[in-house]
Design a protein around this ligand. Structure first.
Ligand SMILES: *Cc1c(COP(=O)(O)O)cnc(C)c1O
Length: 357
């Protein structure tokens, strides 16, 4: 028997949702991964078509053109941009950059499923801090969970899977309480979908504090999930470290050029994001009318904190051709997708309430 690291036994096995069954005359929708329902823009497809002809070459190792385009868009120095294969890839690099074996990574729970997995794989120790009763980060408790072994704190806002945000004031008080040698990463995978006005300006917070980095991705609002490209905005020493812990050539050439084309088409993409946000508001209002009491989502998904009823609601969705994401006995997350899928979800939730409430 080959020796495998015992820590692997502690990792949750990845359980993909069972696909919604096909039924004649009915489209099945996968609303379990927070994907953007829109296909790539024509301008992005064209860049991919052209790029396909040169995949015999390695991509630009330093991701120069894309990093410069991101830096110009965000008005930060290019040296502060570190790209990776999805922001999940960048997060793995971040943990590798700050954690030795046994060091601690603090994050809210529930939050993004990748956090405990990446932490354990790096040999670090995950410290889970429960969300508040209203499904939000408990930042005072997270500050209190920091010990001399803590190297990294992850703040996911909007939070996956609950859709809730931290406020600017909460984040400032939290950062005042965290030692300056602990890296705080603000994971903004869904920031483009936010409309609340009390949320932090994470880039401004980053500029003001050397221990704060921001994670962003092209997977959600930009609709490039299949290409795997995300980035960190981090102060130079951290960004430099990310280049050292990167897998060489991790961001492929198609991803680099499609991300640049997407930044150039930001106005077109913003129209789509606005439509998804309008759909989210329509769905949230309809759910409230149906009697659901749900946390307000600032992202492209809705969280149903139904506890023990998680399997029942998941099954009801599947029976109607909707593949949602169940989380144990905590709740169900459903992505805001095509209008037809959103309408189907509302039919399921209305019928579900009739039966169960
Ligand atoms: C989807 C998601 C990401 C981004 O993943 P990619 O690797 O960039 O596709 C990062 N953080 C959270 C919280 C997410 O939900």
């Amino acid at each position: 028997m080959v020796h495998l690291r015992p820590v692997l036994n502690t990792l949750p096995a990845y359980t993909p949702g069972r696909p919604a069954p096909e039924a004649p005359g009915r489209t099945a929708y996968k609303i379990s991964s927070n994907e953007n329902p829109y296909p790539p823009l024509p301008s992005v497809l064209e860049v991919l078509r052209q790029g396909a002809a040169t995949v015999n070459r390695y991509p630009d190792l330093a991701v120069t053109a894309l990093s410069e385009a991101i830096a110009a868009t965000l008005d930060v120095p290019p040296a502060r941009i570190a790209c990776g294969p999805g922001s999940v890839g960048v997060l793995g690099q971040l943990i590798a950059a700050v954690c030795d074996a046994g060091d601690e990574v603090v994050f809210a729970w529930r939050s993004f499923e990748a956090y405990p997995i990446l932490t354990a794989v790096a040999g670090a120790r995950a410290v889970h801090v429960p969300l508040t009763a209203d499904h939000r980060h408990d930042l005072p408790a997270m500050a209190a969970a920091v010990t001399p072994r803590t190297r990294l704190v992850l703040v996911c806002t909007p939070n996956n899977p609950t859709g809730t945000t931290v406020t600017a004031g909460e984040l400032d008080a939290f950062l005042d309480a965290v030692p300056a040698d602990v890296l705080v990463v603000i994971d903004e995978a869904y920031v483009e979908f936010g409309t609340a006005d009390d949320v932090p300006d994470a880039l401004a917070v980053h500029r003001a504090r050397p221990n704060v980095a921001v994670l962003r991705t092209f997977s959600k609002a930009y609709g490039l999930a299949g290409l795997r490209v995300g980035y960190a905005v981090a102060h130079e020493p951290v960004a430099e470290a990310l280049r050292k812990t990167a897998i060489p050539f991790g961001v492929n050439s198609l991803a680099q050029s499609a991300a640049i084309a997407s930044l150039e088409a930001a106005d077109e993409l913003e129209v789509r994001v606005k439509e998804l946000v309008a759909e989210r508001e329509r769905v949230a209002a309809a759910l409230a009318d149906q009697g659901w009491e749900l946390p307000r989502s600032e992202a492209n998904f809705i969280w149903f904190p139904v506890g023990e009823e998680t399997p029942a609601l998941t099954d009801a969705c599947r029976d109607a051709g909707l593949m949602v994401r169940p989380y144990g006995v905590d709740g169900v997350r459903a992505t805001i997708a095509e209008t037809a899928a959103n309408d189907r979800l509302l039919e399921v939730t209305a019928a579900y309430r009739e039966r169960h409430c």
